[in-house]
Design a protein around this ligand. Structure first.
Ligand SMILES: N[C@@H]1[C@@H](O)[C@H](O)[C@@H](COP(=O)(O)O)O[C@@H]1O
Length: 245
């Protein structure tokens, strides 16, 4: 097993650690391909990147980014679209070029767009893929039961995911959360040279245990990371609390 597991005290330390990894990659390789994620977890990391860009002038002008997923049916300017999230939390604060930003399109011709995104991904291998972790073990929006062979696809969200995201982003309003999404598949995620997963808090402890100590199963999508040659997992004490080894 090639997982490098880093246990830190809390969310702030986890974000700092992840930031160090991303920053040193961008400095070493100014035209790096970054696979990016949304959700509540990377928010502090993105803040640190913006601050560092402002203060230390770390440049993203030759960086390309590829986001994991997008809700289906939200317009770009919807405040909860991932497109909007990424612009607000990261892109508008750094010197990345608009044309270097890639996010799946969550409306219109699904099949064509998935095909186009897959082509883009296979032409641009990611140097690093940032991941959060769903409380049910999903990565991107690859819900439990998704085949490990998938590339970018349309997926119906599980009840638990709708609930989690309602609580975090939609003021608890289940009806406001889109019921489906477009996501990079497990196959696309596994193509990245390095995978960096951050998980914090008690509600992730079960999934973290399965991901690291459980069997590799499509019922817990993140468990596939055990088969990747270069994975860094950053977890806080709460998320690590059920680990036995
Ligand atoms: N599609 C996203 C994932 O990319 C994210 O990693 C996960 C965890 O979210 P959070 O970081 O808010 O716990 O759930 C969301 O549904």
């Amino acid at each position: 097993m090639h997982m490098n597991i880093i246990v830190v005290k809390n969310y702030e330390e986890a974000s700092q650690k992840a930031f160090e990894i991303i920053k040193s990659l961008v400095i070493e390789k100014p035209d790096a391909n970054l696979g990016l994620a949304t959700g509540s977890t990377p928010i502090r990391l993105y803040e640190l990147m913006c601050e560092d860009h402002r203060v230390n002038k770390t440049s993203y002008k030759d960086v390309n980014t590829f986001n994991l997923d997008e809700y289906y049916g939200l317009k770009h300017d919807h405040p909860q679209s991932y497109y909007h999230f990424m612009h607000e939390h990261l892109f508008k604060h750094i010197d990345i070029k608009k044309e270097n930003v890639h996010i799946p399109i969550g409306e219109g011709h699904i099949e064509e767009d998935c095909k186009r995104y897959n082509q883009l991904l296979s032409n641009n291998k990611r140097d690093i893929q940032l991941l959060g972790l769903g409380s049910n073990g999903h990565i991107g929006f690859n819900e439990p039961g998704t085949s490990f062979d998938t590339s970018t696809h349309y997926i119906a969200l599980k009840e638990s995911t709708i609930k989690d995201n309602a609580a975090l982003f939609f003021n608890g309003d289940l009806d406001a959360v889109p019921k489906s999404a477009i996501t990079m598949g497990i196959h696309n995620i596994m193509e990245s040279k390095h995978i960096l997963l951050i998980a914090c808090g008690k509600r992730k402890a079960e999934a973290v245990k399965g991901m690291i100590e459980g069997e590799v199963t499509e019922e817990l999508p993140a468990s596939i990371l055990q088969r990747h040659p270069h994975v860094t997992v950053i977890i806080d004490e709460e998320a690590a609390s059920l680990l036995t080894k």
